[in-house]
Design a protein around this ligand. Structure first.
Ligand SMILES: *Cc1c(COP(=O)(O)O)cnc(C)c1O
Length: 369
């Protein structure tokens, strides 16, 4: 029997892609989807209307290429981020995955390396592989935190050309403190390393958690990456962006495809950004469910990892796959991220979270016979 693997092997595939598996979180048709950290709240009605009106207007001009510089969008994103940023500091693409790919195309490539600290976002090694960049793995503490000294030492020892710091980190939910980012930036000086702080979940952090945006001033190798996929509930629209020194955008212009952001994408994102307060209102509700999950899971005798994101990683499971399957049988899809004894769940709406917690409690509570 011919497997997809055999079919691939028969092709003259690039050597560094041989044996790799594509990103593949299951997309199953079940009632409660808590597996890929989407915003579980739909786009509110008034924002939907605003997006439709903006898209309708842009449709009249679809015979022309879109604004290649997406200037209006960069203005709106800079306004949203604040921190004295303007359009020259902003870059955007179809999801922050494409933003990260642009960064690797410009600053990675054959002979260069990118350092990540697993467990972390599973796309970093895939994006590195696709761009011919070597992916080097560093180490975290057992509690998934990262120490400034240790991180800086690893940056120096590896001599990496790029460093991925995911904060809050996926899949652990751990936020990285400012001193770690400063130490990593300094440690990368000799190698002129590009330091990427992936803040896909920044809006869900507990109050008072600083953003790396505050560190951009005077650090021309620092990049802060964000997305509209999570807090803005726009995963389907595909809009990610970054803030950095203006020279970074100049570098990324060399590798993007011309007109990479469609007029429809730009119209959608612009309309959503003018309603950011309305969209972000649901973030507080999601944070409450996230904190509720941490509390209740702890009371079940399981071990939740403290989270600043819209998901919770929890351990203490004797048989994670059985629990994952038991939840799926009840119509609740969560994620096995491959950490022994652990599973990850996205914070749902209040009713969704209740169903998840009730079913989980049944699955992990020993039945007395
Ligand atoms: C979800 C996620 C992203 C966002 O990806 P998009 O392409 O913007 O949808 C980026 N980084 C991390 C760590 C994520 O979990």
């Amino acid at each position: 029997m011919t497997t997809p693997f055999d079919r691939l092997s028969a092709l003259p595939l690039r050597d560094n892609l041989r044996g790799l598996h594509p990103y593949g979180a299951p997309q199953l048709d079940v009632p409660i989807l808590l597996n890929v950290n989407e915003n579980t709240h739909g786009v509110p009605h008034d924002v939907r209307q605003a997006i439709l009106a903006a898209v309708e207007e842009s449709v009249g001009g679809l015979n022309r290429y879109p604004d290649r510089e997406f200037s209006q969008l960069r203005d709106n994103l800079a306004d949203y981020l604040g921190h004295g940023l303007d359009r020259s500091n902003i870059w955007a693409a179809n999801g922050s995955n494409e933003v990260l790919q642009h960064i690797l195309l410009a600053f990675g490539g054959p002979g260069r390396s990118a350092l990540g600290f697993p467990p972390t976002y599973s796309m970093y090694p895939l994006l590195a592989g696709a761009t011919g960049t070597a992916y080097v793995t560093g180490e975290r503490r057992a509690d998934f935190n990262l120490d400034a000294d240790s991180a800086a030492r690893q940056v120096k020892e590896t001599g990496a050309n790029l460093v991925f710091l995911c904060s809050p980190n996926n899949p652990t939910g751990t936020a990285i403190s400012t001193d770690v980012i400063e130490a990593v930036y300094s440690a990368g000086a000799d190698a002129q390393a590009i330091i990427i702080v992936d803040e896909a979940y920044a809006e869900f952090a507990h109050q008072g958690t600083p953003s790396a945006l505050a560190l951009l001033e005077g650090r021309e190798r620092l990049i802060v990456s964000r997305t509209m996929s999570k807090a803005f509930a726009l995963a389907g629209a595909r809009l990610g962006y970054l803030a950095a020194a203006p020279a970074i955008s100049d570098a990324l212009r060399l590798v993007r495809l011309p007109y990479h952001l469609s007029a429809i994408t730009q119209a959608t994102a612009n309309a959503a950004l003018t309603h950011s307060a309305r969209l972000l209102a649901n973030v507080e509700e999601i944070k409450a469910q996230r904190d509720r999950i941490v509390g209740e899971i702890g009371s079940m005798g399981l071990v939740p990892v403290p989270s600043d994101a819209n998901f919770v990683l929890f351990g203490g499971l004797a048989n994670p796959h059985e629990v994952w399957q038991g939840l799926l049988d009840a119509g609740v899809l969560i994620r096995d991220v491959g950490i022994p004894g652990h599973l990850r769940v996205t914070a749902g709406t209040e009713p969704e979270t209740t169903i998840f917690l009730d079913r989980l409690r049944e699955l992990v509570t020993p039945t007395v016979s």
